[in-house]
Design a protein around this ligand. Structure first.
Ligand SMILES: N[C@@H](CCC(=O)N[C@@H](CS)C(=O)NCC(=O)O)C(=O)O
Length: 208
């Protein structure tokens, strides 16, 4: 099976981090290609590979799959034994719901606290809308942990797609020094101790 993932800079590309973590979780062979964001020719370079004009995109035997969630769903289908979603039907529905909410929501958190793995400072202020998004994240995490029947520090015990979706949020919360309730702080630490995440972080720190 040939899998080639187009991603943005590891420092900035929160959308790319998600499917990359999932590929790392699978431990399968894949290749990656970084297209630098925020360059004069970024769009043109993305369009050479991805007609959506966006990355991440996965080139595989079934064509080119654009969009982080679609890529993760494809991988979940191709690697059923990896249990990228929880086994239990109710937990799986909840995990999908949380990941989908992250995928389509939290606009204020996203635009006011963009992911930058080299950032390490408090924002000048946190707007009401951003604070609302942050609190909603805490609630979602608590609900997932409550529904989790398996042991382990990730949202549903062991790492899965839902954690890949929230990893960039953990980065935002830590790098902008957001004060966290103890359960959220523990989950952010879980993400930062995740070996796959550490590999991405290291590469992001080495980027210019
Ligand atoms: N909903 C898409 C969003 C992808 C997205 O917005 N990617 C950004 C990079 S993180 C992008 O390609 N931007 C194009 C550009 O900067 O020209 C997904 O889930 O993959």
């Amino acid at each position: 099976m040939s899998l080639h993932l187009f991603i943005g800079d590891k420092r900035y590309s929160s959308w790319s981090l998600r499917p990359w973590l999932v590929l790392e979780m699978l431990g399968t062979t894949y290749t990656e290609q970084i297209i630098r964001l925020k360059q004069i020719d970024t769009l043109q370079r993305i369009l050479e590979h991805s007609p959506s004009g966006k990355i991440p995109a996965l080139k595989c035997e079934h064509g080119l799959i654009a969009d982080s969630l679609a890529i993760c769903e494809y991988l979940a289908e191709r690697f059923p034994d990896a249990e990228l979603w929880p086994k239990d039907v109710a937990a799986r529905a909840q995990a999908r719901s949380a990941a989908a909410q992250m995928h389509s929501g939290f606009p204020s958190l996203r635009s006011n606290m963009p992911m930058d793995l080299q950032h390490d400072a408090e924002p000048e202020f946190i707007s009401v809308n951003t604070q609302t998004d942050i609190e909603r994240v805490f609630t979602l995490w608590a609900e997932c942990r409550e529904a989790c029947a398996e042991s382990g520090p990730f949202l549903f015990g062991k790492p899965g797609i839902v954690d890949a979706f929230f990893a960039p949020v953990a980065v935002r919360l830590r790098s902008y020094h957001v004060s966290l309730p103890p359960e959220a702080a523990a989950y952010v630490e879980t993400i930062y101790q995740w070996p796959a995440f550490k590999r991405w972080q290291q590469a992001a720190l080495e980027e210019g």
